[in-house]
Design a binder for this molecule. Structure first.
Ligand code: KE4
Length: 430
C-alpha cells in the first residue's frame, strides 16, 4: 500500500504540531506505524492522501452516524454558510436543536450548548457542585470524560492508551476532591458513600463505557448509582457524549430506563461539527448564568453551522428504518467477527450496544479497567495493521470503541469480514 504522501505530511506535521497530531490517540502510538492523512470522507469510507480507501469505523470518534458528507448535511450546511458562520447572538437553530434533543431525552427540560464533550462534562460538574453546595466528585477508572483537570484522573481513551493514569500539569489540589472507583463495582461506590456521602456533589459515569474499549454496565450497576446518589442528595451525571444517540435513539438513559440528574452530550449532536451540551431538569439548569449564578460561557456556543449539522443529523437518524438498519448491519458485523476469530482460534471478547461495538483480544470477559488492561494490546496492534492493509480503518487503540453509520451497508460489512478473516488467520500463523 502506497503511504508516501501520508509519511511526508506526518514528518512535516511533527515539526509543527506536538506528536504531529491535534489529539494524541490519532498518532498511532498504540498500534505502531504512522497515521494516514485523510483527503476526504465519503459515506462509510475514508480516502487518504495517497488514494487508499478504507471502510471507516472511527467516524470521527462517533459523530458521523449518517456517514461522511451525507448529502442532506452537506446541503443544509451549504445553505447555512451563505448566511454566515457565527453570530455570537441567539439564532433559531439553537431552539430547533434543543427541541430535538429534549424530544429524544424527556428527562432534559433545558440544555446549554457548548463546543466539546470536555466542556459539557466540565460544566455539568461545576453545575452539580453549584447546585448541591458540595465539592467531591466520584468517577470511574477507565472512564474518560474529556481533558478537564478535575477529571484527568485514572481516565480512559488516550490517557489509557498512553499509560498516563494522571497527567503532569494537573495540581494535586485540583483532583483532591475527585474520588475514583472501579467501573461496575457498586460495593466500592457504596463504601465511598458510607464514608462521605454527605460531601459528594456528583457521581459521573459513562453509562456504557467506551473509553477503555466497550464495557457495558453490569445489571443493577446504574440503578445502584441512581439509588445511592438519590439517598445522599448527590447528583447522578450521565456522560452521554459517546452513548447519546449511539446506544439508543434516546441515549443510555432511555435504553436502561435510568434517569440521571444531568446529562452531558457531544459528538452525534454536532454531526461532525464542534458541539457539546449539558442538560437536565429546569430546577437544576436554571442555576446556569444568566438565569442563575453558575458561570459558563463560550464564543462559538450555539453557532448556526454546528447547530445546522446537528439538526440535520438527528433528523436523518430519526427517519423510518435508519436506526434499525444500522443495528442490523452491526449485528451482522459482530457475528461475522466472532465466527472469523473462532475459525482461527483467536480468543476475543466481542460486544455491541446499539450502533457502537468493541472487541478485546482477551480470553475472559472484560468488565472493568483491570480486566480491560489484561487484553493483548500487541495482538490488537497487529490486527489493526492487517485490517488497515485490508482497507478497514479501526480505532488505533485497544482501549477505544468502534462506530457504525447508516452508510455501512452489506458491501462494507462483507469487505470488513473478508479482511478480518485474513487478519485473524495471520495472527494464528504468527
Ligand atoms: P471531546 O472534548 O473530545 O469532544 O469529548 C470528550 C469526551 C467526553 N466524554 C466521553 C464519554 C468521550 O468519549 C469523550 C471523547 N472521546 C474520545 C474518544 N475516546 C475522543 C477522541 C480523542 O480524544 O481524540
Amino acid at each position: 500500500m502506497n503511504l508516501q504522501t501520508s509519511e511526508r505530511l506526518f514528518a512535516e506535521a511533527r515539526t509543527l504540531l506536538p506528536g504531529g497530531v491535534n489529539s494524541p490517540v490519532r498518532a498511532f502510538r498504540a498500534v505502531g506505524g504512522q497515521p494516514i492523512f485523510v483527503e476526504r470522507g465519503e459515506g462509510a469510507y475514508l480516502v487518504d492522501v495517497d488514494g487508499n480507501r478504507y471502510v471507516d469505523y472511527v467516524l470521527s470518534w462517533g459523530p458521523l452516524i449518517l456517514g461522511h458528507a451525507h448529502p442532506d448535511v452537506v446541503a443544509a450546511l451549504h445553505n447555512a454558510i451563505l448566511r454566515g458562520t457565527s453570530y455570537g447572538a441567539p439564532c433559531p437553530q439553537e431552539i430547533e436543536l434543543a427541541k430535538l434533543i429534549i424530544q429524544a431525552m424527556p428527562n432534559l427540560e433545558m440544555v446549554r450548548f457548548v463546543n466539546s464533550g470536555t466542556e459539557a462534562t466540565m460544566s455539568a460538574l461545576r453545575l452539580a457542585r453549584a447546585y448541591t453546595g458540595r465539592s467531591k466528585i466520584v468517577k470511574f477508572e477507565g472512564n474518560y470524560h474529556g481533558h478537564a483537570d478535575l477529571l484527568l484522573v485514572q481516565a480512559g481513551s488516550g490517557v489509557a492508551t498512553l499509560g498516563l493514569p494522571d497527567s503532569p500539569g494537573v495540581p494535586a489540589a485540583t483532583v483532591a476532591d475527585t474520588l475514583t472507583a472501579r467501573y461496575n463495582d457498586l460495593g466500592a461506590v457504596e463504601a465511598i458513600f458510607e464514608r462521605m456521602g454527605g460531601e459528594i456533589a456528583a457521581v459521573i459515569v459513562e453509562p456504557v463505557a467506551g473509553n477503555m474499549g466497550l464495557v457495558p454496565p453490569q445489571p443493577n450497576f446504574l440503578a445502584g448509582l441512581r439509588k445511592l446518589t438519590q439517598e445522599a442528595g448527590s447528583l447522578l451525571v450521565f456522560d452521554e457524549v459517546m452513548t447519546g444517540f449511539r446506544v439508543h435513539p434516546g441515549g443510555a438513559q432511555t435504553l436502561f430506563d435510568i434517569i440521571p440528574d444531568i446529562t452531558a452530550l457531544g459528538k452525534v449532536i454536532g454531526g461532525g461539527l464542534p458541539v457539546g451540551a449539558y442538560g437536565g431538569p429546569r430546577a437544576i439548569m436554571e442555576m446556569v448564568a444568566p438565569a442563575g449564578p453558575m458561570y459558563q460561557a463560550g464564543t462559538l456556543s450555539g453557532n448556526p453551522l454546528a447547530m445546522t449539522a446537528g439538526i440535520t443529523t438527528l433528523r436523518g437518524l430519526s427517519a423510518p428504518g435508519v436506526w434499525k438498519g444500522i443495528e442490523r448491519q452491526g449485528a451482522r458485523l459482530m457475528a461475522g467477527l466472532a465466527a472469523a476469530a473462532e475459525e482461527s482460534k483467536i480468543p476475543v471478547q466481542i460486544s455491541r450496544v446499539g450502533t457502537m461495538f468493541g472487541m478485546f483480544f482477551a480470553d475472559r470477559p472484560v468488565t472493568d479497567w483491570p480486566t480491560a488492561k489484561r487484553a493483548d494490546t500487541q495482538r490488537f496492534a497487529r490486527f489493526f495493521q492487517a485490517m488497515l492493509a485490508g482497507g478497514v480503518y479501526l480505532a488505533p487503540s485497544q482501549f477505544e470503541a468502534g462506530f457504525l453509520s447508516s452508510a455501512h451497508g452489506e458491501r462494507e460489512i462483507d469487505q470488513t469480514l473478508a479482511a478480518a478473516s485474513e487478519a485473524f488467520a495471520g495472527l494464528a500463523s504468527s
